[in-house]
Design a protein around this ligand. Sequence first.
Ligand code: BGP
Length: 469
Amino acid sequence: MSEDVSLKSMPKIKFPNHFLWGAATSAEQCEGRGQTGKGLTKWDLHFQSDPNQFFEKVGPEITSDFARRYVQDIALWAQIGIKAVRLSFSWARLFPDDQKPSQSAVKFYHDVLDELAEHKIKALMTLSHFDLPAWAVQVGGWSNSKVRAAFLNYASLIFREYDAKTEAFATFCEPIVETICGYMGQKCHWPLAENYQLAFNVGNGLILLHAQTVSLFKSRPRHAKIGVVLNLSPVYPRRRDHAGDRKAARAYETLHNRWMLEGMVAGKIGQPIRKLFAKLGARLELTSQNLQTIAQVKCDYLGVNYYFPTRVREPVRAKSKSGLSTLFETWKKPSARYNKSRGWEIYPRGIYRVMMRISREFPGLPFYISENGMGVANENLFRDKSGKIADFYRIDFLKSHLVWIQKALAQGAPCFGFTLWSIFDCWSWLNAYKNRYGLIEIDLPTQTRRLKQSAFWYQKIIKEGGFDV
Ligand code: BGP
């Protein structure tokens, strides 16, 4: 029986009563500079140095202007009925010059959290979502122990100020993305480097700092939970019976999934990732004391971001300029479905694979789907007669993933919620406002908000705790 047939024959999809329905965004992608005197981030640096790399030359200056419009925004979110929102703090806002905290910024996040509480929306707060302050990235980012010490100082302030108002903290969002995109030749995150030793140090620096931050948090009386948000993608070799493709798939899996999963959840830097970097000429520079700190990490929960599966094959050329491209090549399966705006494969079953994997590898570890969604260009083309964006493609996308989430739940996966990406249209790394992900449309010139069809659909699901397929 094909996947489609089995899904069609399913009855009403029901979720547990306590399931946390929510949505997400991040500081750099929605706040804008605001009025609290924010310091520069790596995105400001990037934009100042080459605005042409950003879609329609739109940088991070204003974005969705949440810093000034949060009261109305949160009221609108409450109207949809979300029970939780996943946001992030901005380090560059709370410490504009890295010396002392900005009191107006401290107050700003208190106000945001109070406003959420007023509407009974739980706050799931990330400490760092791709927005390292500019000064920190200029001295080697997460590989530099001074940056890590300053981050712990920033984390202490957050825990002291906001623990009582937060449901769950996440140390980082998608740490592997910052590492690979910034330091392994992908050239989409500043400093656009290709330096494997630095990449290994940055990734391991993040793992160490995550462990230190979790332990700092747990050393004090606390209300919230703490964990991390990882992007996980099931990896498929192009040909299952081809040793070269399988080897390439293992290398991809080790680098993209296993490194951070093992490092941040299991507390180790395993042999496969050490060997992979050794092939790239990089060695482990952590001390045995660092490794002990990492080994002690204990997350209360895990956030899982899932957007697409990854298909991998043996590299066609064994030798190339980039060491990394000799280990694997990704490829696009011609018969698969794609989101043409973003180029990502649409494979709802992948979310189930990831959920079952986490349940198997980390039995009893609660997790939630912290991001999943669909970014579409030119949504203006989909307006209905009333002018509302009738984003049925997004509803279909979300529905098909929720069906597989429910299937994993029915098989015992300890998944406690879903915060779709994103609550409203927000700025994206390099793509700026090209692809819109929101349940709420933002008209940029006027900054007016309007609910899309998907917002009404989500409102109904939350109310009814499920939907018909
Ligand atoms: C995730 C990031 C988000 C968001 C999302 C969509 O990796 O955590 O910040 O941007 O991807 O991706 P994009 O904005 O690149 O289309």
